[in-house]
Design a protein around this ligand. Structure first.
Ligand SMILES: Cc1cc2nc3c(=O)[nH]c(=O)nc-3n(C[C@H](O)[C@H](O)[C@H](O)COP(=O)(O)OP(=O)(O)OC[C@H]3O[C@@H](n4cnc5c(N)ncnc54)[C@H](O)[C@@H]3O)c2cc1C
Length: 296
């Protein structure tokens, strides 16, 4: 095995005191290669796992919508060379922990799934631009599908903590794949679970239900992640209601710091001008008005 891969093996013991990477604040660039220690890495259902890791201070500055680029250990025949981007699902500065909720999909996430308590997690970040400040939101509509829940839950929680109301639509293939429902309910969010299996996740049905909620208690902001169809629905609402909308985009990426341009996507501004932006560096959260979907 090449030495670089051996170095990335998380089972190499790490010292209690993190090595003196010079991150962040001192260089005016608040991004560091954070050597974290895995505390929990457990399945929450057939598809998703929750990983909690003790993290150094630089990592605890992560804001909702930001992400870390995670080094993924080898597993089986897999040798994931590139890091994999993962949204911050929770940050607990008091406990000194960061949390990720991830779907096991391919080589990278299969490797992450092998990490055991005590192993090292190499998390580069926090990266990217997160959601707008939660203060001042009166009623946030959150439209999340699948893995989008991982990304949106912290913003919903932040808006609720700032005194805003949140209606969180949690969409999934089936009931047992719905996550974060208890966490959102516990912070006072109104949750609306919709699934493919019972037919409630169909966009037109959802459109009518949300419009009815809006008529009673108007939304003044929208966030969405995890589904192209929900992104288009959110954009329709943002236009119709004249409220700001934000989408957190997911795109395969390599460097995550804006250099390689692997994650460029097209955007169209209000004047109809097309521009090309890097999801890692210019986002991953973008104004929904400007984001283009895969189908339009
Ligand atoms: C900012 C950001 C935040 C994210 N946050 C989360 C999160 O919180 N939780 C989470 O579970 N995931 C999240 N993701 C997605 C996550 O990064 C990917 O699921 C992960 O990189 C998959 O890696 P893998 O090696 O396991 O799978 P891969 O082997 O990379 O493949 C996963 C799937 O994508 C397909 N695929 C591979 N390459 C491409 C390509 N170039 N274009 C299209 N499809 C391709 C594969 O066929 C496979 O079906 C996030 C992505 C971004 C950009």
């Amino acid at each position: 095995m090449p030495s670089a891969l051996r170095l990335a093996d998380p089972r190499v013991p790490i010292p209690d005191v993190h090595p003196p990477y010079v991150p962040a604040a001192s260089a005016g660039f608040p991004v560091a290669e954070n050597l974290c220690r895995v505390l929990v890495n457990a399945a929450v259902n057939d598809d998703y796992r929750l990983m909690v890791a003790a993290a150094p201070a630089a990592a605890l500055a992560a804001r909702p919508g930001q992400f870390f680029h995670l080094a993924c250990p080898p597993s089986g025949e897999d040798r994931p060379f590139l890091r994999r981007p993962m949204s911050i699902h929770a940050v607990d500065p008091a406990a000194g922990t960061i949390t990720f909720l991830y779907k096991v999909q391919g080589a990278g996430t299969r490797g992450l799934a092998t990490l055991a308590p005590g192993d090292r997690l190499d998390a580069f970040g926090p990266l990217g631009h997160g959601f707008a400040a939660p203060e001042g939101r009166r009623h946030l509509l959150m439209l999340a599908r699948g893995v989008g829940l991982a990304t949106l839950a912290p913003q919903a929680e932040a808006v609720a903590a700032a005194g805003g109301r949140v209606t969180a639509v949690l969409s999934a293939r089936a009931r047992d794949l719905v996550m974060a429902e208890d966490r959102l309910a516990a912070c006072g969010c109104d949750t609306l679970v919709v699934t493919d299996t019972d037919g409630t996740s169909a966009v037109e049905a959802l459109r009518a239900r949300i419009a009815a909620i809006h008529a009673e208690r108007p939304f003044d902001a929208i966030v969405t992640c995890g589904s192209d169809r929900l992104m288009r629905l959110a954009r329709d609402f943002a236009r119709a209601w004249g409220v700001p909308g934000e989408v957190a985009l997911e795109q395969h990426m390599a460097c995550a710091v804006g250099l390689c341009h692997a994650c460029v996507r097209p955007f169209v501004d209000a004047a109809g001008e097309t521009s090309y932006r890097r999801v890692c560096w210019d986002g991953p959260v973008f104004p929904i008005e400007e984001a283009t979907s895969w189908s339009i």
